[in-house]
Design a protein around this ligand. Structure first.
Ligand code: C5P
Length: 235
């Protein structure tokens, strides 16, 4: 039977946050943001290991105590210049061990999405574990979409029909994902599914949750804190 591995690329610097501290370490509810992604993936009984990919220059990880996750946690300082390169480096490193096999599943999840719930993760595993391609969490677009032209004036209104916003985790089998990410065009792709699509495959969209937000700007942190408190039954 195929096993499930989680991989968190966490080698970015979060330039849009405009802080010196890499985004994944910003304080959220008294913990570094990445703690929540690690915890949710660790708590899933289906997930065998949680692999965290750090930058070779990372100076923050060891400042925290991760011992509560030690039975599943694998930390590798092999991040690359882009998210796709960090992910591929991590996949290549674990594929050389006897822990993981070509047909095992890898769930790639951004450190910057701390509000993934255990229920949503379970739904994704249930819906995709028999799928031939794999897939991703995503939510249908609810806003009206405008394309801007000169001076931020609306040039066109786009149809939102059939448009979804991609989230993470994104879940594919190890060999397929490595094949997809090692193509030269994949280097700058901002998610794993794009690389799989470029192989001519059709990843499945699994209904995500708008609360599975991605932290991009400082103001996103207070919203994430509210969502986490709600999930923990505190509000
Ligand atoms: O910057 P962005 O929010 O798109 O990053 C998404 C995820 O990819 C984050 O968890 C970030 O740490 C990771 N990343 C990485 N290596 C890079 C760039 C981003 O692991 N070179």
């Amino acid at each position: 039977m195929s096993k499930f591995f989680a991989l968190i690329p966490a080698a970015g610097f979060g330039a849009r946050m405009k802080t010196n501290l890499p985004k994944q370490y910003l304080s959220l509810g008294g913990r570094p943001m990445i703690y929540y992604a690690v915890r949710t993936l660790y708590l899933s009984p289906d997930i065998t290991n949680v692999v965290v990919i750090l930058s070779p220059e990372d100076r923050e990880w060891l400042k925290y105590d991760w011992s509560e996750f030690s039975s599943k946690l694998i930390v590798l300082n092999c991040g690359g210049e882009t998210r796709a390169m960090s992910t591929l480096n991590g996949l290549m490193a674990i594929s050389e061990s006897s822990l993981i096999h070509d047909e095992d599943w890898v769930l790639v999840h951004d450190a910057a999405r701390p509000c993934l719930s255990e229920e949503l993760l379970k739904r994704m595993l249930d819906e995709l574990s028999k799928d031939t391609v794999g897939g991703l969490l995503a939510v249908p677009i609810s806003d009206t979409l405008k394309r801007s032209g000169i001076n931020d004036r609306v040039q066109e209104t786009e149809s939102r029909k059939n448009l979804w916003q991609a989230q993470t985790p994104q879940m594919f089998r190890l060999k397929l994902l490595m094949n997809a990410l090692c193509k030269p065009n994949s280097v700058t792709m901002t998610d794993d599914a794009s690389a799989v699509e470029a192989l001519g495959l059709y990843p499945k969209l699994v209904l995500g949750d708008v609360r599975n937000i991605k932290i991009t700007y400082p103001k996103d942190l207070s919203l994430a804190e509210l969502i986490l408190r709600e999930q923990q039954g505190e509000v």
